[in-house]
Structure formats: structure tokens, C-alpha cells
Unconditional design. Sequence first.
Length: 128
Amino acid sequence: MVEQLWNRGDLSVADALFPPEFDNGPGREPGPAFVREWHRSTAESFPDLRYEIDELVADDEGRVAFRWTATGTQRGQFGPIPPTGKRATYEGAHFVAVADGKITRLWSINDTFGKMQQLGATVVPPDA
């Protein structure tokens, strides 16, 4: 998943890794289509984005957890942030459930706030 889908951008790998019933989270259609679209969109914002696995643990019951560091240059729109040409490095972790060689559930956390700060975004608190 990390090398072929994330780093190489081979979106066809999504069909091999994620079954049609893959749980994409509340309000999202199940299956690999969301995974392909998310990675396509991310590549438009950060075309040179590369992930490195910093630590990985797995058990005999199909549970995998890994911590990663990503680095890339923002060349396209990222949410409300127009292209900046700035390079950002941020960290995150994924927790994955695997059954029959397919990823059935995936939970992700990452430092989106840190990434946005590196791109020059600021947070404006709401009026009291």
C-alpha cells in the first residue's frame, strides 16, 4: 500500500488491496473508489509526496500499525490553501485490519495542522 499506491501512485493497486465492502468511514461509499480518489486528489496537491515508514508492528490476527513521515511540495490547491511551492514534512500513523490479504478497515491520524502551518496557513479563532 505505501510503496505502490502512496509513493508510486499506482491507483490500480487499490482494487487489489481493498475489497468492495471496505469501510471508508461514516457517510462514504464502501470500496476502493474513495481510496483512489483520495490519493488522486492528494497527488494533485503534492505531486512529489513521499512516505517513509518509521515503525511497523503486526500481530497474528491481521492487525497492523505503522507510523510514517511524509514530505512533499505543495504544487496544487490543498483545501483552502492555494499552491505555495512550499515543502512540508509531517507525521502520522495508520491502524489496519487485514483479512484474506485485503484491508478491511483503516484508521488514520496525521499532523494536518502542522502541515498547514508549514504551508503558511493560520488559524483564526471564532468570535466569542
